[in-house]
Design a protein. Structure first.
Length: 412
């Protein structure tokens, strides 16, 4: 059978090497292309990124649904959820965006074998496209959509109804699979995301630390992510202020919380210990990680945070919130440390533990690198699992056995 052609529909897709909007979706697309699969991405325009282009072998079509200065619902730090939190009136843009996306998807679906939505709301424009073009529909739940489901009971009936419009569902962590599956349902599969181990790996640290102005006697802790409330960078700053050891916090990323976080560093007296490094390309992030001793992700909610895998592949001692998405990736005391979510004193204690015990840092980092290698947690391995799922959906369509997603969604 010829390699399938896949249409991605997503509201978050990177516009540049430093753009952190949905970088994992692009990583998956690149890995699929390496597998010989043709991928076209349909995403809203953002800034100067519009029209058709090729990025790393991936065809990207960015569509306009409003004049550029009004089209503010998608992209940017934190994607649609962050945009709505900053300005709830932007919800008025949603019907128009979905209508234009549906029209574009109907046209593009004629050249695809599988229609693949990223985040549940992006399944909506694929439902008419799948029915008109008779193509199977797949959706990957990346985490933010499941967070809405868990925190908003009023949305749950609509969430379940929309899931029934998919022929296949991908959960990226065990918590999601348990939430929506029953263990024997072929329509829902667990496909963990991966990491680029050619880019993220241990390196000689001394020259990298010198460039960053980090001494050998201080614990260098790196945070990578959008500066939005959900990521909890404020907790890392508060924990730094509570430490009894010397440490430096490297914050990589940008977002609406930047000003508040800078004020917080001054208020708690750690301004000299915190470096705001701004947005960086993945290559730069890999170098910064390789220079550090530890990585922190104090998030309040995560799906399957790829940045943790990147830190582990870099050989860092990871400190992450004890939440479902992180528990899948961090074995406490073996491949990292888990700290109670929202608890700055507990986070400070974990930092101090790493600062005072170099052998612990080394052991956690070494075990983390091994777990990435032995667990097959690469993007190429992830892409092969998606390729198998695509083939099964195409085969089911050919035999007429394609079915709406799992009855367990309705029962659970």
């Amino acid at each position: 059978m010829a390699a399938p052609r896949v249409l991605f529909v997503t509201t978050s897709y990177p516009c540049s090497p430093v753009d952190r909007a949905g970088p994992f979706v692009h990583s998956l697309a690149r890995a699929l292309v390496r597998c010989g699969i043709e991928v076209e991405v349909l995403a809203p325009a953002f800034g100067d990124a519009r029209g058709r282009t090729m990025i790393d072998g991936v065809a990207v079509h960015r569509f306009q649904f409003l004049p550029a200065r009004w089209q503010t619902l998608t992209m940017g730090f934190g994607g649609v959820p962050a945009a709505l939190k900053r300005a709830p009136w932007r919800l008025l843009q949603l019907p128009l965006m979905l209508a234009v996306a549906a029209a574009k998807a109907i046209g593009a679906a004629g050249h695809a074998d599988v229609l693949h939505a990223h985040w549940l709301p992006n399944l909506l424009p694929l439902i008419p496209a799948g029915r008109l073009r008779r193509r199977p529909r797949l959706v990957t739940l990346w985490g933010t959509d499941v967070e809405w489901f868990e925190r908003s009971p009023s949305l749950q009936p609509a969430f379940r109804a929309l899931l029934r419009g998919a022929d296949g569902v991908v959960a990226i962590n065990e918590h999601m699979r348990e939430l929506f599956g029953n263990g024997d349902d072929a329509a829902l599969r667990l496909i963990p995301s991966g990491v680029d181990t050619d880019l993220f790996h241990p390196r000689e640290r001394t020259p990298l630390r010198t460039r960053l102005g980090v001494s050998d006697v201080e614990l260098a802790i790196v945070f990578v992510g959008s500066l939005i409330p959900r990521k909890g960078a404020d907790l890392a700053i508060e924990a730094l202020a509570r430490m009894s050891s010397t440490a430096k916090l490297l914050l990589v990323g940008e977002g609406p919380e930047h000003g508040r976080l800078a004020d917080l560093t001054r208020r708690v007296g750690v301004e000299a210990q915190v470096a705001f490094l701004g947005s960086r390309s993945l290559a730069e992030v890999a170098e910064i990680m390789a220079a550090a001793d530890a990585f922190v992700l104090p998030s309040h909610y995560e799906g399957r945070p790829n940045v943790v895998l990147e830190a582990q592949a870099s050989g860092l001692a990871v400190v992450a919130s004890d939440i479902p998405g992180c528990r899948d990736l961090v074995e406490h005391g073996e491949t990292g440390l888990l700290s109670a979510a929202g608890d700055a004193p507990a986070l400070a204690q974990a930092f101090d533990q790493l600062a005072k015990d170099r052998s612990l840092r080394h052991r956690l980092g070494t075990h983390a690198v091994t777990s990435i290698r032995d667990g097959g947690l690469t993007w190429d391995a992830c892409a092969r699992r998606y390729a198998d799922f695509y083939a099964d959906l195409i085969g089911a369509r050919a035999t007429g056995s394609l079915r709406a997603t799992h009855a367990s969604v309705e029962r659970s």
